[in-house]
Design a protein around this ligand. Structure first.
Ligand SMILES: Nc1ncnc2c1ncn2[C@@H]1O[C@H](COP(=O)(O)OP(=O)(O)OP(=O)(O)O)[C@@H](O)[C@H]1O
Ligand SMILES: [Mg+2]
Length: 205
């Protein structure tokens, strides 16, 4: 089973995943966590380029293609082999992030972006995608208050990030069977409990 966590900046994806992995392992599942962009030696190098605040001149099309390069590598090198071995793969972001950020955020042609994503992934779609939904201002504030890494993507305008969030909500409407929305604007423990419930429901379906 391939599970992906999506959502705007500071919505909690990275902080929740280790606890979900531990919980599922205790239940006997073989779980492999990964993240995008990154998760392989090559993809982590691409991540550094994408996140580096020095690369402020990066064009939306360059950004879109770099994400697909990193993604193509992790899909072939890590995700597909793990899924083929029967493992549960949980990814911190996947291709929906490209539709949300490079598509809706940068207002690029969605059909063209979807075609690139399909090329990069070979058509590999998650079985379950959870949107950790949160007001943009709250998420960005969490990141600054907690002195989290502030990268080139975080530094886009609030309007950009609002388009990203609305894009996610639009995608949920388009594919309601794959997506589940979790309100991330609640206590961390409550969010964690919601995530566990949804994932177990997905795994035992
Ligand atoms: N429900 C919550 N309540 C309060 N703070 C939270 C909550 N969830 C996460 N945080 C805090 O918000 C910050 C951002 O969380 P996290 O890094 O997990 O978000 P993220 O979704 O991975 O963000 P990004 O997309 O920027 O990587 C962290 O300091 C985290 O501890
Ligand atoms: Mg994160």
């Amino acid at each position: 089973m391939f599970i992906t966590l999506e959502g705007p900046e500071g919505s909690g994806k990275t902080s929740h995943i280790p606890y979900l992995v531990e919980y599922l392992r205790e239940k006997g599942y073989v779980v492999f966590p990964t993240r995008e962009p990154g998760g392989t030696t090559i993809s982590e190098q691409v991540r550094d380029i994408l996140h580096d605040l020095k690369n402020a001149e990066m064009q939306p099309r360059t950004e879109t293609l770099l994400y697909q390069a990193a993604r193509a590598q992790i899909v072939e090198q890590v995700i597909k082999p793990r899924l083929d071995a029967g493992e549960v793969v949980i990814s911190d972001r996947y291709y929906d992030s490209t539709i949300a950020y490079q598509g809706y955020g940068h207002q690029q042609d969605l059909e063209q972006v979807r075609a690139l994503v399909k090329y990069a992934t070979g058509g590999l779609t998650p079985d379950l995608t959870i949107l950790l939904d949160l007001e943009i201002e709250v998420g960005l504030k969490r990141k600054t208050q907690n002195e989290m890494e502030w990268n080139r993507m975080d530094a886009y305008t609030v309007e950009f990030h609002k388009r990203v969030r609305n894009g996610y909500l639009e995608m949920v409407k388009q594919e309601p069977k794959r997506w589940v929305v979790v309100n991330s604007n609640q206590k961390w423990d409550n969010v964690q409990a919601d995530l566990k419930k949804i994932i177990i429901a997905g795994l035992t379906k």
